[in-house]
Design a protein around this ligand. Structure first.
Ligand SMILES: O=C(O)CCC(=O)C(=O)O
Length: 272
């Protein structure tokens, strides 16, 4: 029996590979997280790209977010009661920012088998279409793994600028209001355009897997947020006790080194 999603929501997710809008944390909590991030950046400068990944290891607000009941109830409906968070990514587009995300499948370089991963993408600001909301190609998750080409474009927010050629006329944009989320399958073709608005657009992608999923090469870490892990395919991750403590930064650094070794194993170049 589904906990948060209706049977028709679940059927749509299975058919299309995505679902939105799904209620998540509400506007007040989302605005508070947005403000905490803005305050941190006002004091320390913009978060470097590497620190926008696995942010649940660095900031207590994001550590709480990945354990949020409403988010996990919906995720559980898709992948079952035992849930590991394999990653988090902040996707930030400043006002009139040319940053974009090319068409891609998340599964491309992540080396996860079987490809059972759902992303809960939570909007921390309003995300109208013009701000560069995500867009999805319905049903593309059923096409298996497609061949991508790496571009390393400087405005592309993806690690390798990996790209697919897709028919834009089939794209479904996914605008969200602050505090809502979308769910998408790891094999779904998706992208997002530049932010044409005067407002900052901020979202956080939470990558959730059931514990039977394993990393095909090397070893990486993940955080158990619900149920149990009887497989032990991932190293456990510590929960930060305060924002950016030296211990948290060191744990994050170690986790990201493993992750990058895996992600760029066959790449010709990698970001600094
Ligand atoms: O936020 C974006 O623009 C892209 C996000 C994305 O590609 C993802 O969450 O997989």
């Amino acid at each position: 029996m589904a906990k948060a999603l209706s049977e028709s929501d679940l059927s749509r997710f299975q058919r299309d590979g995505f679902l939105f809008p799904v209620p998540a944390i509400g506007a007040i909590e989302a605005a508070a997280l947005y403000r905490r991030l803005a305050d941190h950046e006002a004091e320390h400068g913009p978060l470097p790209q590497k620190m926008r990944q696995k942010v649940h290891l660095l900031f207590t607000g994001f550590a709480d977010l990945v354990r949020n009941e409403a988010i996990l109830e919906a995720v559980e409906d898709v992948i079952g009661p035992d849930i590991l968070v394999w990653g988090t990514n902040l996707f930030i587009k400043d006002p009139r920012d040319p940053a974009f995300v090319s068409w891609h499948q998340d599964s491309t370089y992540w080396g996860l088998e079987p490809p059972d991963l759902v992303t809960a993408w939570v909007a921390l600001s309003d995300v109208p279409v013009e701000s560069g909301a995500m867009k999805f190609i319905p049903g593309s998750h059923t096409r298996g793994q497609l061949a991508h080409h790496d571009t390393f474009d400087e405005n592309n927010l993806l690690t390798r600028g990996q790209s697919l050629d897709m028919d834009e006329s089939r794209a479904v944009p996914a605008p969200l209001t602050r505090g809502e989320m979308s769910l998408h399958d790891v094999r779904l073709a998706h992208a997002s355009s530049a932010n044409e608005t005067g407002e900052r657009r901020v979202g956080i992608a939470i990558r959730c897997i059931p514990p039977h999923v394993r990393q095909t090469e090397g070893r990486t870490s993940a955080t158990l947020v619900r149920g149990r892990d009887d497989f032990g395919h991932f190293d456990p991750e510590p929960r930060p006790t305060a924002d950016m403590t030296p211990d948290a930064v060191a744990a994050h650094e170690a986790a990201m080194s493993e992750r990058f070794a895996n992600l760029y194993a066959d790449a010709e170049t990698r970001p600094v």
